[in-house]
Design a protein around this ligand. Sequence first.
Ligand code: SF4
Length: 472
Amino acid sequence: MTRAATEHYRQSFVRRTPEQLRTLSHVKRFTERLAGDVEFRKALSENVDAPRKVTERYGIEVDPMEMLPLWHGDYQKYRFKPESAQWPLATMWDEHLRKMLRHRDLLRDEGEMSTINPRFHAWRERQIRRCNDELGASSLSVTYPIIAFELSEGCTVGCWFCGLSAGRFKGYYDYSKEQAERWRGVVGVAREVFGSAARTGFCYWATDPMDNPHYDRFLFDYYRITGALPQTTTAAPLKDQALTRRVLRLFNLYGTTPNRFSVLSKAHLNQIHMTFSPEELLGVELILQGKEAPTAKAFAGRARERKGKGKLRSAIKDDAIALLERDHTTIACVSGFLVNMQQGRLQLVTPVPGSERWPLGYRILGERFFRTPDEFREGLQSMIDQYMLESPAPTCRSASAETCNTKQGTGTSSSAPATWNTGCPTTSLRFPLAISSRSVTAQRRSWLCGSRLTERAYLQSLTCSIGCTRPG
Ligand code: SF4
């Protein structure tokens, strides 16, 4: 059982003093403001020689002069180079980014099942190779968890860009005695069938975790059964602050994968920053989705539907999608099982570029329904038997045909092109503070269009921790 990711993550923080952690949290807040708030960028550009005047107004207690390569266009060329040692906070942040990237790669290894479930293992490995071919740079950010659970039906948030087209909220899976027992039984079966790979699981998909008021109880059960606390991504961290704080407390006790808040606007960013201190959010990546933030939106799900219907009237929204059409075509990450507890539905899924055939950016290979943990086990087993061959069927000759990995070999891969330009797969870009009259959109366009990112550029493009591209 691999625990390398857990150990790596813990060590990334344990070896730092409380003062260093505090400093890191304020550097992180600085990068969030930089990426998500055009007024902040403007104020910095007007005070390049005395930027502290600006950061103090935002409660950011670090000196921007100690991290010039992170924000000043004239110094960005020194990032990730020995010269950056002159700016210790920039070095500290970039080292943190590298560690989080390494952690992401180790998380991918946690899905290893060669001993406990060789068929699933071989199938997942093939899906990873196919995604590397088909998803371009987006595939780098995917950790290929093997299972995800929905604890509600639909989502109350209704993001216009939802890559999974989450439906209207219809209710949540209650933590009643009977349902909690069923939940624990199902997670126990996952642990039994997938071994330590069950640690990669998480508890949302086309749902927001905070729509379930008992979410933290489900998480804690998962931790007790598998030894891993599932990662949380939410676009509604302010909806039930007591619940959010309970989740963050669990994370502080047992968490080993950064949580994520999806930030929908600058007003949302302001509220989140007012509600949670920089220290409280050190383990939470903010995915800045607002108009002022150049975060990639996948051309999948609702964003795809709206574009197709010509409904996107906002120029900024439209640009946000058009820029990424070639670059970012799915937010799906699971190659394995998607479970809806409310409906007792089990699906075998794997990411594909969003297309007319698979508009949500993932392909559904099979589906079963269950009422009990035993039926859940039978459903898993029958889909493993039917769809997961030890090696591809003879009719599947190319890497991109791996999704036709059925006994009959009758499926086809996505009709989308096999190669993709690279782009920013996860979070907001940290472009240099360009002191010019160019709009945010123009800066974003010049960065993204036609670019093929080197590793260094890729690192530069990341704000904070790097998780896989999941909904939220
Ligand atoms: S992106 Fe997440 S929070 Fe937004 S509508 Fe979709 S599932 Fe809900």
